[in-house]
Ligand binder design. Sequence first.
Ligand code: AMP
Ligand code: ZN
Length: 473
Amino acid sequence: MKLYNTLTRKKDDFIPRFEGKVSMYTCGPTVYHYAHIGNLRSYIMEDVLEKYFRYSGYDVKRVMNITDVGHLSSDGDTGDDKMLKGAKREHKTVMEIADFYTKAFFEDCRKLNIKTPDVVVPATSYIDEFIRVIAVLIEKGYAYEAGGNIYFDTSKIDKYYVFNDFREEDLEVGVREGVEEDSNKRNKADFVLWFTKSKFEDQELKWESPWGLGYPGWHIECSCISMKNLGEYLDIHCGGIDNAFPHHTNEIAQSEAYLGHEWCRHWFHVYHLNTNSGKMSKSSGEFLTVSLLEEKGYDPLVYRFFCLQSHYRKSLVFSYENLDNAAAAYEKLTARIAGILDGSGETDKAKFSELKKLFTDAMDNDLNTALAVTAVYDVLKADTNNATKLALIKDFDSVLSLGLIEAAKRSAEKNSGDPDEDIPAEIIELIEQRKAARKEKNFALADEIRDKISALGYVVTETREGTKVSVKS
Ligand code: AMP
Ligand code: ZN
């Protein structure tokens, strides 16, 4: 499989270190609010990647953290603590907020057919491990204490900016533009591993450490949770593109300083979901959730379909018009699948392999989900029996997870169960008029309307459930 690697800036052959096994790490959500559908775009695409690894025969172990401490409102070391902000907003404790939004996140994932990773670790459950790794970094000379905090010394690393070639002066621009400068730092790019001198006097969660009562920085959690659960060599690390710098850059710096060798070979980044006014973000306050889409009548899997129709390395613009188009396409597609549900015939093995190749070729080419979805249409059009088509669609959907078969069954039921579905508006109007006449006990008028309906080719019957209308046979 060819997969773009942010580290090498090209499509690489994805080759895990140990044959047949993939170790995969995903940056989890910061649980101070609901996940927005932009965050969920990242998790949908990572879910497809994980399922495709499994589909390709790999034994995958996937680990994800839950950020319930340490993430400040800027991805650097400035701004408010996000969890504290959430707690203040809702007059709850930080742990109550973390618990509530962690559950809400997994509920959204369930609705979007996103599988829960094999191991999920809240950052607050690994404090001892963070302290242990930070102590090693200090001992090895990669970290220093200043003004009560522990910092990572980026000047000790040969190449710190692994993803982008930033210049120190570029970072200084940010400082001039009003971002608070931390005078304790030896180098502009240094970052906090452990805070003791808290800017937040009301910081709720603090732990004893060799450097005093405090709490960890955000970046150290992912390095430690990954290394503890997946070992010294990680095959692939995932996240949204905004995580590449500084979060993933810092993860690499501290993990490789700790290990003394290369850590993760492959970096997978999902580009952003934007609105017409820019990136969707929680901090801007303007964001869409899965529940909101449901309230507006959208099936969450239509959103998944919308995401899969475009490539993960392109920004995706969300609008209701675009989502409506996806909803219409999804309905049409599943109605077509409804037509082959009988699965008649014997599976044609040769045809099956030929058509399956369309799907695997698309996925093997940098996870081209849009083409993989097109392969479903190619199957429907193909010159083969329904059994083969159905088997292929089930096979592809074990990765795409669009609920195609279930939706097709619902579509089939809708069209057979309720004959009222295809009744023209004119007849429905006449039925309403007849109902009103019967209510007023004007049976002569009611009969007259019945005759009119009959002349137009429809039969009206009264059942225990009410008036039913069907096409005259
Ligand atoms: P957070 O909850 O802020 O820690 O973010 C969770 C995940 O969502 C991270 O991998 C982010 O990189 C990703 N993310 C944040 N905003 C967007 C967006 N607008 N589109 C896609 N992914 C995003
Ligand atoms: Zn992370």
